[in-house]
Design a protein around this ligand. Structure first.
Ligand code: DUC
Ligand code: ZN
Ligand code: ZN
Ligand code: ZN
Length: 483
C-alpha cells in the first residue's frame, strides 16, 4: 500500500517548492513530479509540511492533588486534529521515587497514544539513585531532563541539586531543561497575598511577576554554563527571561527558549475584570503577561532568539479548577492548547506577516526535532523521514469552540477566536488520521521515539566545561586563563 500526496507545495524550514510526496511503509519513499501510488490525497491549494511536534505536554499527570484531564488518548487525538503528529510528555517522578519507576508509570499510560511520542525525564529530587538511573534513562532514548525551580516543597530542586544534575546531564550528552521561576520568592509572595485577603485567581498573576522568571532564567543559564550542559528554557513568557536567553545565545552558549502559543496570543487582562471561572481556567505558571512581553516573544521568534512554540498542555476541568475557590494557590495550574497551537500560530504569525511559512515550520517542528536529537526522522520532509505530515489549507477557517474540540475539558481558552489555516489532512507515519476536521485515528497507533544524545559539539562554551579535568593552577589558586 502506497499513498501519494499530489498537487501541493512542500514547505520545510528551508524551502518551498512544488512536488508530490510518495509514502510507503510509513515513511517518505520519494519526492518528485508525477509520482504514482495506490491512494491519492489531493493537496491542491495546500502546503505539505512536517507535522507539528509539541515538546511540552502533561498528559494524565498527577499534579496539585488531581490528575490533568487529558490522557494520551484524548491528548494525542487533539494533537492530530490540529496538525501535530508528535508530543513529548514529561515523565514525572514524585520526590523520592526512582526515575525508572516513573518511566514505567508513563509507559503504562502512553500505550493508548494515537500519534508518536517521547518523554522528557523530570528530576524532582537528587540522590545517588537518581544519578545512577540517569544512564539507563539515556540508554532508553530519553536525553532531556527537566528541573523545576518553582513549586517549593513539591517538585522544586535547589541550586546545589540543579548544579549536580546539570553536570550529570552534560556528561551523558543530554539537554538540561528548566521551569525557570524563583520558587522561594513565589512562595513568599503567595503567602503574603493570601494573608492580605487576596484569594482570587488574579492573585496568581501577582504572585509570579516577570522578575521571578527573569532571575531564575539567568541563574539557570549561569549554572548550565558552569556545568557545561546545553539548556532549554520551557515556557518563556516575558522579556525578562527572553533577554537572558538572547544574551546567552549571543555569547555562544547553547541555550534555547520556548514560548507558548497561549503567552503569544492571550494577555493578563484575562485575569482581571473576569468572572472567577474565566480567570481560574487561565491560571497557569507562568501566568499571562502584558502586551510588551507578548511583543518581545514575537520578536524572539522573528529574530531567532526564541526557537520553539509549544503548549505546556496541562488541562483541567472547571470542577477541578474550583477546588481553588477561596485560595488561589490551590487552583490546579495549567491550560490546554494542543489542538489549537498550529492554527493559532499560523493565524497570528503567518497571517499577520510576522512569520514566514518556513519559519512557522521551524518553530513548530524542525527546530525541536534537532534540539532533541530526532532529526530527520521527525521534523523533515525528506526521503526516509517518517511520513508525519500535515497537508495545510491556508484558506480554511473555523471558530474555536470547546463543544467541537477533542480535549476532555469543558472549555477552551481560545473560545470564539476565528482561525484561518487548518489541516486538510494529518498523517501519522503515513496513515491519514484527520480529514478536514474529522478525526479517524487508531488508539495505540503511536510509537515511542527513542532519541540520540548530543556529542561534545553541543555543549556549552564555558571555560568551566570540564570541572573534573585537572586544570593548571596559578600561584594564589586562580586557574590559568585558557582552561
Ligand atoms: N505550569 C503549569 O501551568 N502547569 C503544569 C506545570 C507548570 O509548570
Ligand atoms: Zn513548567
Ligand atoms: Zn468568562
Ligand atoms: Zn509544563
Amino acid at each position: 500500500m502506497s499513498t501519494v500526496i499530489r498537487g501541493g507545495t512542500i514547505v520545510t524550514a528551508d524551502l518551498s517548492y512544488q512536488a508530490d510526496v510518495l509514502i510507503e511503509g510509513g515513511r517518505i519513499a520519494a519526492i518528485g513530479q508525477g509520482l504514482v501510488g495506490d491512494t491519492v490525497l489531493d493537496a491542491g491549494g495546500c502546503l505539505i509540511m512536517p507535522g507539528g511536534i509539541d515538546p511540552h505536554t502533561h498528559l494524565e499527570m498527577p499534579f496539585m492533588g488531581t490528575y490533568s484531564a487529558d490522557d494520551f488518548e484524548s491528548g494525542t487525538r487533539a494533537a492530530l486534529a490540529g496538525g501535530t503528529t508528535m508530543v513529548v510528555d514529561f515523565a514525572l517522578p514524585s520526590p523520592g521515587q526512582g526515575l525508572l519507576d516513573a518511566l514505567q508509570m508513563w509507559d503504562n499510560k502512553s500505550g493508548r497514544a494515537h500519534c508518536d511520542y517521547s518523554y522528557h525525564m523530570a528530576v524532582t529530587w537528587w540522590g545517588q539513585q537518581v544519578f545512577d538511573e540517569m544512564q539507563a534513562v539515556v540508554d532508553r532514548g530519553i536525553t532531556s531532563f527537566k528541573h523545576f525551580m518553582a513549586y517549593k516543597g513539591a517538585l522544586m530542586v535547589n541550586d546545589d541539586e540543579l548544579f549536580a544534575s546539570f553536570r550529570r546531564v552534560g556528561d551523558l550528552g543530554g539537554v538540561a531543561m528548566v521551569h525557570a521561576e524563583n520558587g522561594d520568592v513565589v512562595a513568599e509572595l503567595s503567602a503574603r497575598l493570601l494573608a492580605e485577603g487576596n484569594t482570587g485567581p488574579e492573585a496568581h498573576a501577582y504572585s509570579r511577576p516577570p522578575q521571578v522568571e527573569g532571575e531564575a532564567t539567568n541563574r539557570a543559564i549561569m549554572v548550565a554554563d558552569m556545568a557545561g550542559v546545553p539548556l532549554y528554557v520551557v515556557h518563556v513568557s516575558c522579556e525578562d527571561s527572553h533577554e537572558a536567553i538572547r544574551r546567552a545565545r549571543a555569547q555562544g552558549k547553547r541555550v534555547w527558549g520556548e514560548p507558548l502559543i497561549q503567552h503569544l496570543t492571550l494577555d493578563e487582562s484575562e485575569y482581571f475584570n473576569a468572572d472567577w471561572d474565566h480567570a481560574a481556567r487561565r491560571v497557569m505558571s507562568p501566568p499571562f503577561r502584558n502586551k510588551q512581553h507578548q511583543d518581545s516573544l514575537w520578536a524572539g521568534l522573528q529574530s531567532g532568539s526564541l526557537s520553539v512554540v509549544a503548549t505546556d498542555h496541562c488541562a483541567f476541568t472547571t470542577d477541578q479548577k474550583r477546588t481553588g475557590i477561596g485560595d488561589f494557590t490551590k487552583i490546579p495550574n495549567g491550560t490546554g492548547g494542543l489542538e489549537d497551537r498550529m492554527p493559532m500560530l499560523w493565524t497570528h504569525g503567518v497571517g499577520t506577516g510576522r512569520l514566514t511559512p518556513n519559519e512557522f515550520v521551524a518553530v513548530t517542528s524542525t527546530n525541536i526535532a534537532k534540539i532533541l536529537g530526532m532529526y530527520p526522522k521527525k521534523g523533515a520532509v525528506l526521503v526516509g523521514s517518517d511520513a508525519d505530515l500535515v497537508v495545510w489549507d491556508p484558506e480554511a477557517t473555523k471558530t474555536i469552540t470547546a463543544g467541537a474540540q477533542q480535549s476532555a475539558i469543558d472549555y477552551n481558552v481560545f473560545e470564539g477566536q476565528t482561525v484561518k489555516g487548518l489541516p486538510r489532512f494529518t498523517l501519522t507515519r503515513g496513515v491519514v488520521a484527520v480529514t478536514e476536521g474529522k478525526v479517524d485515528s487508531r488508539k495505540g497507533h503511536g510509537e515511542f521515539v527513542a532519541r540520540e544524545p548530543h556529542g561534545q559539539v553541543n555543549r556549552a562554551l564555558s571555560a568551566w566545561k570540564d570541572l573534573t579535568a585537572p586544570r593548571p593552577v596559578q600561584r594564589g589558586g586562580i586557574p590559568a586563563s585558557g582552561v
